[in-house]
Design a binder for this molecule. Structure first.
Ligand code: SAM
Length: 668
């Protein structure tokens, strides 16, 4: 393909199709030879849908971003334009095709020089490039009808606001976090009146200068070219119509036809059902409906939930009273109590009691297990309780070993801090020894008390993992997150093994745990999750369902440990998958992603968008930074369930236990 054809194709596929409509912009980008603005060796990639590295560790912007920015400037033929961050000079040349005169400033002298050389060689005599700090603008040439800033600043530089003509437009990426810049357009309405609108989320190299970031200790670290300049790029109207064609709408949750979903689940052994918040009634109810169908029609016999092992054991003891003695705990009595102690969960548990009662043999009953590890002290209690009953001597030994924790049991986080700072010796060997003894004597215990030995083993494993968790917590969130999700995976595998060959499990956990981490920003940060591990281990025998909503109410807290509140969920961000789903105008639907009815849907949806995650804490005031992340939906889930408007779960009254802060605020 020659360069001319490649350029036309780029304009059609990457720009027009994604919604840029300004003919002047499309025309300009059809004529400016981008291959002349990239380093020689990269010319063959000049029309790829990506930014490319240029000299001095900088980038030439992705063509689509240039188009979006220039379109937002609404350039007219006689306009005087300022560009800050000329880089290769490409965007300045594009603007030069439309506007009267372009003044471009570049921080690096060498880049400014080569951009100037290109303008001369290509005959762009209305584009002037100089070296300097563009955050100060170019007062001698002001006022400008349009200003484009091609690097991300902490704020809109004041000098640029002042140099904008009345009626002028300024486009700049703004944000105090490298990954969370927002492209904004500022219009100067009057001498002292400006209007600002958001154009979406982007990633730019930093704007360094006196009204930008400081060079030393700048909070923004320049990113590699491949990571720079990413924005949700799909053509939203195309996506919306593909979803409209590919989805399976339903009226009411209880009446939704789940047969097609069950067909798609096929013979999977592990079905993971997520939730986009920890406090939305519809997610709990739909998840319960799917689970009931899986139990009744596909023989699923494990429900494994994102709760602590001893707490969830209380549910198990209720639904399988002959198989399990109730643990000595007040279940779900610590923050966040509403997460499992709610009407919706109780309704499901009541149903499960009836279902299990109707089974001919205990082996056919469904068990419920807790995947999480925040129960250090109750799990210690459960292990000692078991050993005191079946092997009092071993119980005494274990009591001494666990005694290592005694001073810290009420606040294991303090233990972790003391160990990681070298002020305290870890209890690692002690907890491992208790577990090893238990495993070694398992056979004899099974003869004595087969029903509880598995429970004791699991609790001893929780103690071991929790001990590690509180230590690594101080090394960073990635390590502790990975340890926790690996633990969840191991518990799941252990419960499947325990229930034997025919075991099939439904997992209930947040979207962030069950959706494949490799398909989200988490993967880029080196985080994994149970969803990824299950997928890798069970391949086609695993199936993941995610949920999403546009707006409504949610049960959540403002801070860790605060009382539950019923908060309003803000309408979804315009760059999110949620916004696209909302655009269909359908209230509820199932969206098959593994086997979509319209094959193009998967391909189009793979283009990363923002996705919202609300855990037990919701901070609407900083929603974009606190609750949105980048994801590629069809790589994350096999099916997506959309409920446009949702309502908060209904918490049950609790006897909340305070002063035992075992759960650490990972908030998901
Ligand atoms: N529009 C450019 C193009 O089409 O190649 C892309 C520019 S690149 C993403 C951003 C540029 O901004 C870099 O070359 C960087 O050196 C420059 N830059 C950063 N801070 C600056 C400042 N204060 N003044 C001028 N240029 C700056």
């Amino acid at each position: 393909m020659n360069r001319h054809t490649a350029r036309k194709r780029m304009v059609d596929r990457q720009i027009r199709r994604r919604g840029v409509r300004d003919e002047a912009v499309l025309e300009a980008m059809s004529v400016v030879p981008r291959e002349r603005f990239v380093p020689e060796g990269l010319a063959e990639f000049a029309y790829d849908d990506t930014p490319l590295p240029i000299e001095e560790g900088q980038t030439i912007s992705q063509p689509y971003i240039v188009a979006v920015m220039v379109e937002a400037l609404s350039l007219e033929p006689g306009d005087r334009v300022l560009e800050v961050g000329a880089g290769s000079g490409y965007a300045a040349a594009v603007m030069g095709q439309i506007a009267g005169q372009v003044y471009a400033i570049e921080r690096y002298r060498s880049l400014a020089q080569s951009a100037r050389d290109r303008m001369t060689a290509l005959g762009y005599d209305n584009v002037e490039v100089v070296a300097g700090d563009g955050t100060l603008g170019w007062a001698e040439k002001a006022p400008f009808d349009a200003i484009a800033v091609a690097a991300g600043g902490p704020d809109v530089p004041q000098p640029l606001l002042e140099q904008l003509a009345i009626g002028g437009r300024l486009v700049i990426p703004v944000g105090d976090e490298a990954r969370a810049q927002e492209l904004v357009r500022v219009t100067r309405l009057e001498e002292h009146e400006y209007e600002q609108v958001s154009l979406g989320r982007v990633q730019f190299v930093p704007l360094i200068g006196s009204a930008g970031w400081a060079l030393d200790g700048a909070p923004i670290v320049p990113r590699r070219a491949s990571e720079a300049l990413r924005v949700s790029r799909s053509d939203r109207s195309l996506l919306t119509s593909l979803i409209t064609d590919g989805c399976e709408p339903y009226e009411a949750l209880e009446q939704a036809d789940l047969d097609p979903l069950l067909d798609r689940i096929g013979s999977a052994r592990v079905v993971m059902v997520g939730e986009a918040t920890h406090g939305t009634s519809e997610f709990y109810r739909m998840r319960a409906r799917i689970t009931r169908e899986l139990i009744q029609r596909k023989g699923f016999n494990i429900v494994a939930i994102e709760g602590d092992w001893p707490d969830v054991a209380s549910i198990d003891a209720r639904v399988r009273p002959h198989a399990r003695r109730p643990p000595d705990v007040v279940p779900f009595s610590r923050f966040p109590t509403w997460m499992w102690r709610n009407e919706e969960t109780r309704h499901f548990v009541d149903w499960l009691v009836g279902h299990n009662e109707g089974q001919r043999t205990p082996a056919r009953q469904v068990s419920v297990y807790g995947l999480d590890l925040y129960s250090l002290s109750t799990s210690i209690g459960a292990v000692l309780d078991f050993l005191d009953r079946v092997d009092p001597e071993a119980g005494e030994v274990a009591r001494v070993r666990y005694g290592c924790f005694s001073p810290w049991e009420s606040d294991p986080a303090v233990y972790g801090r003391a160990v990681s700072s070298g002020r305290l010796e870890a209890c690692e060997d002690e907890v491992l020894a208790v577990l090893a003894d238990l495993l070694q004597k398992r056979v004899t215990y099974e003869i004595d008390d087969g029903a509880s030995v598995f429970d004791a083993e699991r609790n001893a494993s929780v103690v071991r993992e929790a001990e590690r968790y509180y230590r690594v917590m101080y090394r960073g969130s990635r390590e502790s997150w990975n340890l926790r999700d690996t633990h969840m995976f191991e518990v799941l595998v252990a419960t499947l093994a325990h229930r034997g060959e025919d075991a099939r499990a439904v997992v209930w956990a947040h979207n962030s745990h069950v959706g494949n981490a490799q398909a989200t920003e988490m993967g880029q940060r080196g985080e994994l999750n149970i969803g990824q591990l299950v997928r890798e281990a069970y391949q086609d025998e695993a199936f993941t369902v995610g949920f999403g909503t546009h707006r409504g109410t949610v049960a959540a807290a403002s801070n860790w440990g605060d009382p539950v509140q019923f908060m309003t969920v803000r309408p979804s961000h315009r760059d999110s998958y949620e916004h696209v789903c909302h655009g269909t105008g359908r209230a509820n639907f199932l969206l098959p992603l593994r086997y979509p009815a319209v094959p193009e849907l998967r391909e189009e949806l793979l283009d990363p968008h923002l996705e919202r995650a609300i855990g037990v804490i919701y901070r609407p005031e900083s929603e974009l930074v606190s609750h949105y992340f980048q994801a590629a939906l069809p790589a994350q889930f096999d099916e997506y369930i959309w409920i446009d408007e949702t309502s908060a779960v209904r918490p049950l009254p609790t006897r909340e236990v305070t002063g035992v802060p075992e759960t650490y605020p990972s908030a998901l």
